[in-house]
Design a protein. Structure first.
Length: 331
């Protein structure tokens, strides 16, 4: 495939449409955070004038687009980052094709259908081709659901593995068929493991910019059995009889805090979670949601904030260790 077949995007969108258009989807966040030196993407943005006092995820995304020469980008204008509109304007100025997409805050079915239809038109996708792709993707969606279940019910998949499999569901590494083969092999391997007996905790908020969070937390003797946003990227409400509009209306991340709270509370009970780690990104408006979340979930709760794609700092490590010790004493 040539470079112009890649379609980048700023957060999870109806990836089925990209596949149906015979393009290669690329979640720009994943390219940024998995690079051996992700900070250099931030430096590209700052060299081009992006201020230091803004979210480093948006700067990292910009850096990836510029360095990788990505020619088409879907920017989620409503339902994600408040800085995306300015990013879209800069990308347009740079000569990059920008396709806007929005999740209506009130989850209006007609508005969401209109946005999906617009995206299909932009990528020249026919209804029949989309239906074929949706059918082909059924197995990988179900395999991701199985990996998640094995994390909390059988407890043979680590929280870090759960995070990786579900967060990469946003673009399936550009090939859903190969991703399904990888998932099938992983499930077979994981099923041979012994169940662990560690305390269950949950992770909520956007995926972390810290590169060692999961390893550090789980080395302290607990098991992360719930990754809220990453799980949503995998579309956990997948059903063979569900159309694409209904599927992305049930996806909680873009629609505000209250739909998320409903989902989080349900999973706390189902997964027997004893404590919650809430990750927030520096300079992100979603930091304010912490005010509501810590007040309504009803279980021990710690909020940690990240800025750069580096390892955890000493202060944050001490706070996490103290939180886990408190949970051990309580439970």
């Amino acid at each position: 495939m040539t470079q112009n077949k890649i379609v980048g995007f700023t957060t999870t969108i109806p990836v089925e449409i990209i596949f149906a258009g015979k393009f290669i989807p690329c979640d720009l966040n994943n390219i940024f955070i998995t690079d051996k030196n992700p900070i250099h993407f931030i430096e590209i943005a700052e060299k081009d004038g992006f201020p230091k006092s803004m979210c480093n995820w948006i700067k990292g995304i910009y850096g990836v687009i510029i360095e990788e020469g990505i020619e088409t980008v879907i920017t989620v204008m409503e339902g994600d980052c408040s800085n995306t509109q300015a990013l879209a304007e800069i990308l347009t100025y740079k000569g990059i094709r920008v396709i806007p997409f929005s999740y209506p805050y009130d989850r209006d079915k007609k508005v969401l259908k209109r946005e999906i239809d617009k995206l299909k038109h932009e990528l020249s996708v026919e209804k029949e081709d989309l239906i074929d792709v949706e059918k082909d993707m059924e197995e990988i969606r179900l395999n991701l659901e199985e990996i998640d279940r094995m994390t909390w019910q059988e407890k043979v998949v680590t929280g870090h593995e759960n995070h990786l499999w579900l967060v990469r569901a946003s673009d399936m590494l550009g090939n859903y068929s190969q991703y399904n083969d990888m998932a099938t092999a992983f499930i077979k391997t994981a099923k041979a493991r012994k169940k662990n007996d560690r305390m269950n905790i949950g992770y909520i908020g956007v995926p972390p910019i810290f590169i060692d969070l999961y390893d550090f937390v789980e080395k302290n003797g607990v098991h992360i059995v719930f990754n809220e946003t990453q799980r949503q990227f995998s579309l956990p409400y997948f059903s063979k009889n569900m159309d694409i509009v209904k599927r992305y209306r049930l996806y909680t991340y873009p629609y505000g805090i209250f739909l998320r709270i409903e989902d989080i509370k349900k999973e706390i009970k189902r997964r027997e979670i004893k404590g919650i780690i809430h990750y927030v990104q520096a300079f992100c408006y979603r930091v304010m949601e912490d005010v509501i979340l810590r007040d309504v979930l009803g279980i021990p709760f710690i909020t940690i904030e990240g800025d750069l794609p580096t390892k955890l700092d000493s202060r944050t490590k001490l706070r996490i260790e103290a939180f886990i010790e408190m949970l051990r004493e309580r439970f």
